[in-house]
Design a protein around this ligand. Structure first.
Ligand code: ADP
Ligand code: GLC
Length: 468
C-alpha cells in the first residue's frame, strides 16, 4: 500500500486510521503487507532501521535522493521514505501559509520511492494506492515500467477516501512530473484545463474502491461526483464500496487508557465518570450532570456540515444542552464555534486544536455525537461513538447512512438546518422522556461490530480476483 498518512506515524484524518489498521487486519488473515509512507519531519520512530540508502528519484528534470527506513508494526512492514527536499518540512500537507506549492512533486516522489521499494525491498503482487497523493503511481507504472520484468504482472487498486480532494495542478506541471504532454487528454489526466492526480488514479488503476457502499453509488451522480461522476459511471464495473472498520484495540471504552474510567455495555457506570471528567476538563458546569452533552470531533471543513449548525446556532444557545467541540480547519467555522463559546461559556466549550486524547474523552464523556456532514465517504467517529455508548446524530449520507440505523442513532435528510434540528429535538425528547428506550439504543449501538476483520475479507477477495 502507498499513502500519505498512517497512524501511529502521521495523521490528519481518517485516512491515517485506515492505513494504521487495515494492513494489520490483512496480515491477520494471512496476507503479506507493506506500507510505503513519507518520513515527515514530525514522524518519530526511533526503532526504524535504514534499509536502502542513496536511492535516486528522477522526476522529470529533477534529481532527488531518498533513503528508506523500515519498521514493523503488528506484522506489517512500514517503509518510510526520507527525502529532505520533500518531507523534511514542519507540516504534512502545508503550514500556516497554506498547502505546500509543490505537493504534486512531493507525492510524485513518494510514488517513485514506492516503485523503488518494490524493486529492491518488497515485491508486491498488488499496488494498493490511497487518495490523490498516490494517483500517479499507476501512471508511472504503466508509462515507464510496463516492459520491466520487475513489475510484470503487478496489478493496481486505487481507493477513494474523499472525492473532494483531487490534487489539481496547472498543465505545465506535466513537465516537472516527468509526464508526456499527450497525457493531457480529457479521457486521461486533463480535467477542466488542469491536470488532476485523483483522476489519474481512477483512469489508470485496474480496480477502484471507495470506503462505503452508499458512497460508491453517490459518487456516480452529478450531485456528489465532483465532476468525475461520468468517469466513475464509465468505470462502474471496476468500482466497489467496502466499508471501513474500527480498530477496537485503539477505540474501546473497556481498555482505553485516555479516558477517566473504563466501562462496557453491561456496566455503564464508568461512562458517568467520563462525563464528569469531560465537563471539568472542558470548563463546563458540573452541577446538573443529567443535562445532555453533545460532542463534536472533526476537521472543520465545509464537507462536515457546520454551515447547518451556523444557521441554527442562535436557537441552540437557548437549549438545555452542553456542547463540547474539538476541531480545527477553516477559519469561518473556527470563529463560529469561538463566538458560541464566548456567548454562552456555560453551554459551549470549544477547543481549536488537534488533540487525540481529548477526542477519546469526548467520545466517552458525551451523550450524543453530532455529525451533520454534507457528504461523508465513510466517517469513523460515528462508529467510535456507537462503541462508546454515545448516540450519533448524522446526516443520512455515504458511510453515515450505512452504519447508523434507527435502533442505534438518529439520521436526518434532506440536508437542511430544519431537518437537523428535527433530529436533535427527537433525540433530546427521547433522552428526557424515555430513558429506558434511550439506554436500549446505547446498548444496541455498543453491540454493533464494525471490526476490520469483516472489512479486510472483501479486499482480499478483490486482490485475488485481480490475480486470477
Ligand atoms: P475525515 O477523515 O474526513 O476527517 P473520519 O471520520 O473518517 O473523517 O476520521 C476522522 C479521524 O480524525 C477520527 O479518528 C477523528 O477522531 C480524528 N480527528 C478529527 N479531528 C480531530 C481533532 N481535532 N483532534 C483529534 N482527532 C481528530
Ligand atoms: C476520508 C473521508 C472519511 C473516511 C476517511 C477514511 O477522509 O472524509 O469519510 O472515513 O477518509 O476512509
Amino acid at each position: 500500500m502507498v499513502a500519505s498518512e498512517a497512524t501511529p506515524f502521521a495523521k490528519t484524518g481518517g485516512l491515517a486510521d485506515v492505513l494504521g489498521a487495515l494492513p494489520a487486519a490483512l496480515v491477520e488473515q494471512g496476507e503479506e503487507v507493506a506500507v510505503v509512507l513519507p518520513y515527515y519531519r514530525s514522524v518519530k520512530v526511533p526503532d526504524a532501521r535504514l534499509v536502502l540508502e542513496g536511492q535516486p528519484l528522477w522526476i522529470g528534470p529533477g534529481r532527488y535522493t531518498c533513503s528508506i527506513f523500515e519498521v514493523v508494526r503488528r506484522g506489517v512492514r512500514y517503509f518510510l521514505v526520507a527525502c529532505d527536499e520533500f518531507f523534511g518540512r514542519p507540516g504534512i500537507y502545508g503550514d500556516a501559509g497554506g498547502e505546500y506549492w509543490d505537493n504534486d512533486t512531493r507525492y510524485a516522489g513518494l510514488c517513485h520511492a514506492a516503485l523503488a521499494v518494490a524493486r529492491h525491498l518488497f515485491r508486491p503482487h498488488i499496488f494498493h494506492c490511497h487518495d490523490w497523493q498516490t494517483g500517479l503511481l499507476p501512471v508511472y507504472l504503466r508509462q515507464f515500467f510496463s516492459s520491466d520484468p520487475t513489475f510484470f504482472g503487478i496489478r493496481t487498486v486505487f481507493t477513494i477516501h474523499n472525492l473532494g480532494y483531487q490534487g489539481r495542478y496547472p498543465k505545465k506541471n506535466l513537465y516537472w512530473l516527468g509526464l508526456p504532454e499527450w497525457l493531457f487528454r480529457s479521457d486521461l489526466l486533463e480535467y477542466y484545463g488542469e491536470i488532476n492526480l485523483l483522476k489519474a488514479g481512477l483512469v489508470y488503476s485496474d480496480a477502484l474502491t471507495t470506503v462505503s457502499p452508499t458512497y460508491a453509488a453517490e459518487i456516480q451522480t452529478p450531485d456528489q461526483g465532483f465532476g468525475l461522476d461520468g468517469l466513475l459511471r464509465a468505470r462502474a464495473g471496476a468500482l466497489t464500496g467496502i466499508l471501513n472498520g474500527v480498530d477496537y484495540s485503539v477505540w474501546n471504552p473497556e481498555t482505553d487508557t485516555a479516558i477517566a474510567a473504563n466501562y462496557s455495555a453491561t456496566d455503564l457506570s464508568g461512562k458517568q465518570a467520563c462525563k464528569l471528567d469531560l465537563l471539568q476538563h472542558a470548563g463546563l458546569p458540573t452541577e446538573r450532570t443529567e443535562v445532555p452533552v453533545i460532542g463534536i470531533v472533526s476537521r472543520l471543513a465545509s464537507q462536515k456540515g457546520f454551515d447547518l449548525l451556523a444557521q441554527v446556532a442562535y436557537d441552540l444557545v437557548n437549549w438545555d444542552i452542553r456542547m463540547v467541540i474539538l476541531g480545527s480547519g477553516e477559519s469561518q467555522y473556527e470563529s463560529l464555534f469561538r463566538s458560541l463559546a464566548e456567548a454562552r461559556p456555560d453551554k459551549f466549550s470549544v477547543r481549536i486544536a488537534y488533540d487525540d486524547k481529548l477526542a477519546h474523552r469526548i467520545e466517552a464523556g458525551s451523550d450524543i455525537f453530532l455529525m451533520p456532514s454534507r457528504y461523508e465517504p465513510c466517517g469513523l467517529n460515528q462508529m467510535y461513538s456507537l462503541r462508546y455508548g454515545t448516540v450519533p446524530i448524522v446526516h443520512a449520507t455515504g458511510g453515515l447512512d450505512d452504519t447508523i440505523e434507527a435502533g442505534t442513532g438518529f439520521k436526518f435528510r434532506p440536508y437542511t438546518a430544519d431537518a437537523m434540528l428535527g433530529a436533535l429535538r427527537e433525540a433530546l425528547t427521547r433522552y428526557w422522556v424515555d430513558r429506558e428506550r434511550w439506554n436500549g439504543m446505547i446498548r444496541e449501538g455498543m453491540s454493533r461490530d464494525f471490526s476490520w476483520a469483516a472489512s479486510a475479507s472483501p479486499y482480499i477477495d478483490l486482490y485475488r480476483s485481480l490475480r486470477s
